[in-house]
Design a protein around this ligand. Structure first.
Ligand SMILES: C[S@@+](CC[C@H](N)C(=O)[O-])C[C@H]1O[C@@H](n2cnc3c(N)ncnc32)[C@H](O)[C@@H]1O
Length: 243
């Protein structure tokens, strides 16, 4: 049986998805509050930039993978308008449930579907835009997931991968201190869960850096890939075109 990583731990591949599900089952009720606290609200600016780069037009069909509590799906739905469609998906029913309730509170009824980003239940070439926000890092086979994203995109369609990335060298020390000392404590105090926020810090360190992810996306079939560092590389937005 092949091994993979769950944060800094080495685990059997078949166990990773279950461990990741445990993390998001636990954090779902406090996910949005923790996101604002731990990023000091910066995740909102990163997502706004992603929406800008996505350039969703009226009538577009958009797939949001690992959509969680629905920030990106909500913003895309406003752009796609009544003639378009945004499908809000996640592997975790607890996260998706919080997201669906938030979308309904905002007056949006979107198709909401529990599905694995590594095995998408959609026909080839069915979306103009595909997005995955802070989700790819948690997937066991990132190459399979990227190939699936490529498959369901129409030719000329755009993939947006927003993810934590490698920070610029001058920020490294402060970022490590924040990630491994502050974040788990914040998780314990606010969400009653220190381990999940330690996993968050560790999983970020294990995720491919900007150039490595770009190369992986090209290998998975995207003809053009570019990335934008956000907040000194704390996050990065990779934009890929299927061509
Ligand atoms: C950090 S949350 C991001 C939620 C939302 N996109 C955001 O930006 O706030 C990561 C999400 O990835 C989801 N996820 C993890 N593995 C997945 C997979 N294999 N397929 C689809 N979603 C997955 C988790 O359930 C979780 O909701």
């Amino acid at each position: 049986m092949s091994k993979t990583h769950f944060g800094f731990e080495s685990v059997e591949e078949r166990d990773k998805a279950r461990r990741v599900r445990g993390v998001f089952d636990s954090v779902a009720p406090r996910y949005d509050l923790m996101n604002d606290l731990m990023s000091l609200g910066l995740h909102r600016a990163w997502k706004a930039f992603t929406v800008l780069a996505a350039d969703v037009r009226p009538g577009h069909r958009v797939l949001d993978i690992a959509g969680g509590t629905g920030d990106l799906a909500q913003a895309f739905a406003k752009k796609a308008g009544p003639t378009g469609m945004v499908v809000h998906t996640d592997i975790n029913a607890a996260m998706l449930g919080v997201g669906r309730d938030r979308l309904l509170d905002a007056g949006l009824v979107l198709p909401t579907l529990v599905c694995d980003g590594e095995k998408l239940p959609f026909a080839a070439e069915s979306f103009d835009r595909v997005s995955v926000g802070f989700g790819l890092r948690n997937m066991t086979h990132k190459d399979l997931a990227l190939a699936e994203m490529n498959r369901v995109l129409k030719p000329g369609g755009k993939l947006l991968v927003l993810e934590f990335s490698k920070v610029a060298r001058p920020l490294e020390k402060a970022y490590d201190w924040y990630s491994f000392s502050v974040l788990p404590r914040l998780g314990r105090m606010v969400a009653g869960d220190e381990a999940s926020y330690r996993y968050l810090a560790e999983s970020i360190r294990m995720h491919p850096g900007q150039e490595e992810l770009k190369a992986m996306m090209k290998k998975c079939g995207f003809g053009h890939v570019d990335y934008h560092n956000l907040t000194g590389g704390v996050a990065a937005l990779h934009v890929a075109i299927k061509c």
